[in-house]
Design a protein around this ligand. Sequence first.
Ligand SMILES: Cc1cc2nc3c(=O)[nH]c(=O)nc-3n(C[C@H](O)[C@H](O)[C@H](O)COP(=O)(O)OP(=O)(O)OC[C@H]3O[C@@H](n4cnc5c(N)ncnc54)[C@H](O)[C@@H]3O)c2cc1C
Ligand SMILES: NC(=O)c1ccc[n+]([C@@H]2O[C@H](COP(=O)([O-])OP(=O)(O)OC[C@H]3O[C@@H](n4cnc5c(N)ncnc54)[C@H](OP(=O)(O)O)[C@@H]3O)[C@@H](O)[C@H]2O)c1
Length: 258
Amino acid sequence: MTASAEKYTTQTLLDVQPLTSSLFTLRTSRDAGFRFRAGQFARLGVSKADGSIVWRAYSMVSSPFDEFLEFFSIVVPGGEFTSELSRLQVGDTLLVDRQAFGYLTLDRFVDGRDLWLLSTGTGVAPFLSILQDFEVWEKFERIILVYSVREARELAYQELIAGLTQREYLSEYAHKLQFIATVTREAHPGALHGRITTLIESGELERAAGVALSAEHSRVMLCGNPQMIDDTRALLKKRHMSLSLTRRPGQVAVENYW
Ligand SMILES: Cc1cc2nc3c(=O)[nH]c(=O)nc-3n(C[C@H](O)[C@H](O)[C@H](O)COP(=O)(O)OP(=O)(O)OC[C@H]3O[C@@H](n4cnc5c(N)ncnc54)[C@H](O)[C@@H]3O)c2cc1C
Ligand SMILES: NC(=O)c1ccc[n+]([C@@H]2O[C@H](COP(=O)([O-])OP(=O)(O)OC[C@H]3O[C@@H](n4cnc5c(N)ncnc54)[C@H](OP(=O)(O)O)[C@@H]3O)[C@@H](O)[C@H]2O)c1
């Protein structure tokens, strides 16, 4: 084995499911030695025709206890990585760095009563992993998953989300979860209409959740569009909520996707 080969493993694509022309989910085999915390990401590699390998960060959707790895991907037109990834079929191989990375994990927070998981687009991925892990259900009294997309058809994993509280090991915690979808470019029954930032400013998000966003009780994770993250952080700052750092615990944890 060469030095570079030791840094990653080669996994097999087990399933690919298109959601829209620019969104799909993929499932791969998992190396027995690959460990991660819910909310972390892996570096995935695909080989190009010229023999070079392109690497990109991808959050795990699957839980740390699943035998497989699941990912949720955008297709960026002309994107170096996703042009290759979206061509792969079941049985093809994908490279996975041996190490998992990232700090969008529950250990960012030392306390808190309500956990707000605010996502745009594929940024919902790490929250699905967190919600499939037992720790979050014990640690928080309320969990509010907010998922913002442009069009309703882009709402992925609706069955998984609806089924979470049906899982036997989570049934006694079902009352803790509130799922709020928001669709920004069309009206959709059952979803809010407007950006997460707009909904925070107007108070509509808190009304829908039935709970206030406060520095005392709320812990907030943000994932996806970097501009959403910047804008939301600015709004939370006005409410005295700031990034949680190891040396200074706070209320906010973030993962920028680009
Ligand atoms: C920590 C981390 C975790 C990530 N997890 C995921 C994930 O779970 N799923 C996923 O699809 N991507 C994820 N990404 C983004 C991913 O790493 C790549 O950027 C994406 O695969 C596009 O690669 P590309 O080479 O085709 O285009 P790039 O050259 O990497 O990106 C081109 C442009 O496409 C847009 N873009 C990139 N990624 C996204 C996205 N996810 N949603 C909307 N627009 C995007 C941005 O405008 C970006 O500048 C993550 C990024 C980081 C840093
Ligand atoms: N989704 C598509 O149908 C589509 C089609 C062609 C190309 N693309 C390209 O694909 C990329 C990703 O698209 P995407 O839809 O997955 O991601 P996105 O542009 O990040 O949009 C996802 C959600 O985040 C919201 N959002 C964006 N900026 C925000 C901000 N500053 N504050 C609060 N909310 C914000 C969007 O609301 P708004 O709707 O208000 O922006 C939308 O609800 C983009 O570069 C886009 O140009 C997407």
